[in-house]
Design a protein around this ligand. Structure first.
Ligand code: SF4
Ligand code: SF4
Length: 107
């Protein structure tokens, strides 16, 4: 069975434009699937970095979603994560993480 075959059907997606980088979600992820990345959407030094989900590590457990104080984590069927919502940042892409932004209400 390939790694692709073992990927979960569900994944967590963080709206990068709403994330404050508070890191609460990281405490709830037992799979180390949430990382901090530079915030490309704000010059605010208070939000210099945000959290994003490594979609290849995410198990779809959803433990991170409810605790988010800003309610910017949504669960999606992996196949429905809209490609147009995925912004590729070179530095982040090198780390294998997709940077997601915007309203992902497509489920
Ligand atoms: S808990 Fe929510 S606002 Fe805080 S870092 Fe995680 S996704 Fe961003
Ligand atoms: S859904 Fe589970 S594995 Fe995925 S980022 Fe959230 S807590 Fe981590």
């Amino acid at each position: 069975m390939s790694k692709i075959d073992r990927l979960s059907k569900r994944v967590a997606v963080i709206d990068a434009t709403g994330c404050t980088g508070c890191m609460v979600c990281m405490e709830f992820c037992e799979f180390d699937a949430i990382i901090k990345v530079p915030n490309p959407f704000s010059d605010d030094p208070m939000v210099s970095s945000i959290c994003q989900v490594d979609l290849l590590q995410c198990t779809g457990c959803a433990w991170c979603a409810k605790p988010c104080p800003w309610d910017v984590i949504q669960m999606f069927n992996r196949e429905l994560v809209p490609e147009e919502a995925i912004l590729e940042d070179e530095e982040i892409a090198e780390r294998g993480v997709l940077l997601t932004a915007g309203n992902l209400s497509g489920e």
